[in-house]
Ligand binder design. Sequence first.
Ligand SMILES: [Zn+2]
Length: 164
Amino acid sequence: MKCPQCRTPMQSRRENYRWDASGLSNVVLIDVEVRRCPACGEHTVVIPRIEELHRTLAMAVISRPGRLAPQEIRFLRKWLGWSGQDFARHFGVTPTTVSRWESLEDPSPMGGTAERLLRLAVAHGQPAEQYPVSRLAEIDDSQDASPRLIAFKSSRGGWEQAAA
Ligand SMILES: [Zn+2]
């Protein structure tokens, strides 16, 4: 394979590679193929099954017992496929609050409850059919907390919610 910059043949070898393309600065990939140009220093890294890597990385981030760092919060949001606006709507906060959560220069810590909710949303993985995470955005905090009548009926498929 030739260097995309200067067309010199690149040299391939396996190495431990600091992978910051994830937006996280603390990720090392062990023994991956890296192609380096001996002339100009250009390099490319070969990452197999990158979606699986992203998922594994997301699970590692939410499993860490310490508070989430701003760059981790941003990584998890992007992994969920949410824009900053989506994140704000799902969590019932303003977009400004989201950017402060993710800000390296002027961070404002995410509350413990919101952090747990983000971890759960990620652990949920691909949005579940029964309760897509997007439902969170439909919650109306201004409505009162008194429970309404909910009805269920049994059918061949099992219990289903029905009109009351
Ligand atoms: Zn080159």
